[in-house]
Design a protein around this ligand. Structure first.
Ligand SMILES: [Zn+2]
Length: 120
């Protein structure tokens, strides 16, 4: 299940960020997940609880931002929703394979909590 290795990668990024900030712990993170990214949100949430179970990421919150699949019609010059990744333009019927969004799988934000004695 590749959601696990994906979440391990996210944890690695979080640890890097914590190190860059000189300490602290992970409070929350937001992932942007396209509906065509090929990952299962439920599996992601499960992987999150498994992978983030230890300090300094224990107790952190996961927010999943779903990005709907959107295609772009060249002739009409307008975007339209295409849940399956490929769909005819509702205006002119041209099949558009040009995706504007929907395959995203990225770390949108990372909130750290400063747990050091000097934390303000
Ligand atoms: Zn069109």
């Amino acid at each position: 299940m590749h959601e696990l290795s994906l979440m391990e990668e996210v944890r690695r990024l979080a640890l890097e960020e914590i190190e860059r900030q000189g300490g602290g712990r992970l409070q929350a993170l937001t992932l942007r997940v396209g509906t065509l990214a090929g990952v299962d949100p439920e599996a992601l949430r499960f992987a999150f609880t498994v992978v983030m179970g230890e300090e300094p990421t224990a107790g952190s919150r996961l927010t999943l931002e779903s990005v709907p699949a959107t295609a772009f019609c060249g002739p009409c010059g307008s975007p339209f929703a295409c849940p399956d990744g490929m769909a005819p333009c509702p205006e002119c019927g041209v099949i558009s394979a040009e995706l504007l969004g929907g395959r995203e799988l990225e770390l949108a934000s990372l909130e750290l909590l400063d747990s050091g004695p000097d934390g303000i």
